[in-house]
Design a protein around this ligand. Sequence first.
Ligand code: OOG
Ligand code: MG
Length: 253
Amino acid sequence: MDIQQFAKILDEAALHAKSVEQLSHQQAFSEQEAYSIQIASMQRRYERGEKLIGLKMGFTSKAKMEQMGVHDMIWGRLTDRMFLKDGDTFVMSRGIHPRAEPELCFLVGKKIDRELSLSEIGDYIEGVAAAVEIIDSRYQNFKFSLEDVIADNCSSAGFAVGEWHDHNFPLNNLDMAMEIDGEVVQSGSSAAILGNPWESIVAATRLAHQYGQEIPAGAYLMAGAATPAVYLKAGQTIEVKVERLGTVGFLTV
Ligand code: OOG
Ligand code: MG
């Protein structure tokens, strides 16, 4: 199979906001190969000047796995082009069929170059914040296999992070809600994220290490959505509210 060719298809789909057929319909490929396609497509972005600024976990909640019909955790890469400041505007025409989902984000304080245990992880993390992720599958109808979505950098398209907070309190049972134009469209608990969002960060260190990706100090780590994602339309105000962590959001045009 041609890793570079698949990487180009996905990169151009994202660049031109034009959906493509699932790659796995053309040819089956393994999870390992899917991560190689992800790296090759990200390489094309780095060559255009995008900078890697963090990693994200996906399918760390049952709600997300059930919504998308997949059954394993995945991880992807976040770049500076995806970053939104709180209150920023997301231009819908930059995406194909963008959706938003409520998350938590962690700030890495010290370089991580191995798998960390739950008891170690707090020492490497400097802060935690309410976050909202924008996902935008490059595949038609937002439909994919696990391998397809990995190759597509886990649908990553944008993310906004609220104010950083100290993390020395339990994160395993915080109310989380997403509002669109002031109406609650999704609500749940941080417990939906692997029972405890710290487990997602442990998994991120394991997977990053397994695939040879160092996590530098200053990196953002998105823990994965607590609820299903919701399609966006132009002219909306999206806000995620997390107990003890506050609010973060963006507008669409
Ligand atoms: C894949 C991305 C999954 C999450 O938080 O679970 C994800 C998708 O749903 O298209 O970001
Ligand atoms: Mg997500």
